[in-house]
Design a protein around this ligand. Structure first.
Ligand code: FPP
Length: 238
């Protein structure tokens, strides 16, 4: 498939809800964590193909504030996987000029140390901006941002009357990112599950049936081609 893109219609920022790992594994009578491991391989490949597709920002939802409701063994397995991913991928992310940032509340001590090291090690890169959401929830993010706004108002640093649509995003975890143009969710579920609630106000959505471990580069290109047919009006008349 032609990987050339029409610059004006290409999404600058793509965000992905990587769903379906558990079902992928269960369909093969494997443990759910196996699906997550295969899903991590897809992350590696999708990250690699973004620059060729003209995508400058990729944001992926790896673990939500609600995912703690899963079994202790799945949660522990996912935390181990994130650590392993960082350890295994750091060299290749540096080599491929990927700048990594994490959003969400940083919790697990060892994981936070690795996350901070990866952010620092890739901080001067200029290629793809990869943002990984771990222990992230949109409502939690807006609540934390509001709290910081309130503190700044109380201390006199910020005038309450000056708060507007430009002010609040500066307090969000994503203050360094443009809004996503396209949000993709795999696995056939059509919901946004608390992902980038503020930021996606004018994003285009693509819900695809493919389970995340089966979401190939070709499937990704197919979704991008659909995006190019959209008529984005941002509330104006065409
Ligand atoms: C949702 O599938 C997926 C997750 C909660 C975890 C996503 C994690 C990865 C893709 C692993 C790798 C990520 C990084 C950054 C290394 P699900 O478990 O809800 O699937 P189901 O709906 O079929 O049960």
């Amino acid at each position: 498939m032609d990987k050339q893109v029409n610059g004006s219609l290409n999404p600058k920022h793509v965000a992905i809800i990587m769903d379906g790992n558990g079902r992928w594994a269960e369909a093969r009578l494997r443990r759910r964590i196996i699906g997550h491991y295969v899903g991590a391989n897809r992350v590696r490949e999708i990250v690699k193909c973004c620059p060729d597709l003209g995508i400058k920002y990729l944001t992926i939802f790896a673990f939500s504030t609600e995912n703690w409701k899963r079994t202790q063994s799945e949660v522990a397995g996912l935390m181990r996987l994130f650590k392993r991913y960082i350890n295994n991928e750091t060299k290749s992310l540096i080599k491929n000029d990927v700048k990594v940032r994490f959003i969400g509340i940083k919790l697990d001590y060892k994981l936070v140390e690795l996350m901070d090291e990866l952010e620092l090690a890739t901080s001067t890169n200029n290629g793809l901006n990869l943002t990984i959401a771990i222990n992230y929830g949109g409502r939690d993010e807006v609540s934390r941002a509001s709290k910081r706004l309130a503190i700044d108002v109380a201390s006199g640093k910020l005038d309450a009357n000056s708060i507007n649509e430009e002010t609040l995003p500066k307090y969000l975890d994503t203050y360094f990112l443009p809004d996503p143009d396209l949000v993709i969710r795999t696995s056939g579920e059509a919901r946004i599950s608390n992902f980038l609630l503020w930021q996606s106000a004018y994003a285009e959505y693509e819900f695809v049936d493919t389970l995340w471990p089966d979401f190939t580069d070709e499937a990704f290109i197919g979704v991008l081609n659909n995006f190019r047919t959209r008529n984005r009006r941002f509330g104006a008349v065409a």
